[in-house]
Write a protein that binds this ligand. Sequence first.
Ligand SMILES: Nc1ncnc2c1ncn2[C@@H]1O[C@H](COP(=O)(O)OP(=O)(O)OP(=O)(O)O)[C@@H](O)[C@H]1O
Length: 459
Amino acid sequence: MSSERQQPALGEPVIRVDGVGKTYRMYEKPSQRLWQALTGRDGKHREFHALRDVSFQVRRGETVGIIGRNGSGKSTLLQIIAGTLRPTTGTCQVHGRVAALLELGSGFNPDFTGRENVYLNGTILGLTRAQIDERMQQILDFADIGEFIDQPVRSYSSGMAVRLAFAVIAHVDADILIVDEALSVGDAFFAQKCMRFLRNFQKHGTLLFVSHDAAAVTNLCSRAIWLEDGQVRMEGSAGAIVEAYMAQQHARGRADAVGEVVHVDVGVERRRQREEACREDFRKKLMDELGVCNRLAVFEFDPDRAGPQFGAGGATIVDVALLDAEGQPAPLLSGGEVVNLRISVRANKALESTIVGFYVKDRLGQRLFGDNTYLAYRNADTSMAAGEVIDATFRFRMPVLPSGSYMVDAAVASGSQDDHTQQHWLHDALEFRAVDETMRHGLVGIPMAAIEIARRQGE
Ligand SMILES: Nc1ncnc2c1ncn2[C@@H]1O[C@H](COP(=O)(O)OP(=O)(O)OP(=O)(O)O)[C@@H](O)[C@H]1O
């Protein structure tokens, strides 16, 4: 593998994988492996091809997702690109500084403290000691593991090790980042921090992203490579590859479940009023009976835990709460039910016109939906006197959400929809989690007003 700091132009290949194969020798007994190691003679073994004739290129600035089942060769391939594993055949050329978050703790010496490991890794990744000194505080802030930084890494929980490892790769000016998404999960606030960093990194760097989560690949990547049994099965746009991969996974799962096609004969319901669509799912009663619900665990607003914030400072978000339909605090809500999102804002100076808004984001930091008060209050007086506090409440039917963690960003601005000044934007102001796996496909589920099947005469 070769690596140089000189970066090709945007759009030029930075990774060239050419006919790469990786073969492992499998011995039936450990003694046979020992015999081979001691004598250098080939013992009784069989060969296992973890990768076979893999070729592709990645251009500078691309985000490429690597997908495939367990054992398909993803980690092996990425370790070869990261330079920590040598291919048995073929070549892999990489231009630029590569930082990888692949195997948990693989870059750390367990006997060194976290701080010593930052120096060790920073140096390996090409930083001088002075550069590491300069960035140490930012790395510590990102990792946020407190005084554990001066304890041996051996004593870290896996979450702490991931925090530190991510903090290091985020501060080494990498040109190419290789991230195994399974490892980037810490708590929800840390995951959002990592995703913010990755989305920012995508603007100038090259990212290889490995994930079991097809939605994550579609969402983050422009292109994807599907590995199967150590070979490239398909390569192309992330959307097309993920679709093909999921279709195959689905087909595998259904291989034994062949049955008859059942025709359902239900009466065609009359077309309802438009407002019907705003009502709850028409199957609600049935869902309740079947115990199918989408429970959402809501956490309390804690300004000290919230993410980064910015703004002109003319107003401060003092509280964010997700309340039930009656406006009462409820630790457990349900997808599909009416909720109230209340954002409380205090003006620090007189403001002419105030706009309060929010976004709901998924664990990848992807904005699912959001809104603001502008349109509803465009002709009303929304000025605020210094010291005044207002509660802006958004009442809406919460979509049904796939299980996982969600975050609410809250914001207050002054001005108009098109021309405004952000006074306070608070990332990750509130967390809630969908705890039931009642929905697996798509980003959000919406309440169905009706579902109809009509029988027609065939042509
Ligand atoms: N050191 C090794 N010796 C023998 N076989 C190995 C070795 N490392 C990996 N393999 C085998 O190579 C194959 C590919 O492994 P790899 O870890 O690259 O797959 P993966 O797609 O990353 O899997 P996962 O999604 O589970 O992480 C697997 O069958 C694995 O058992």
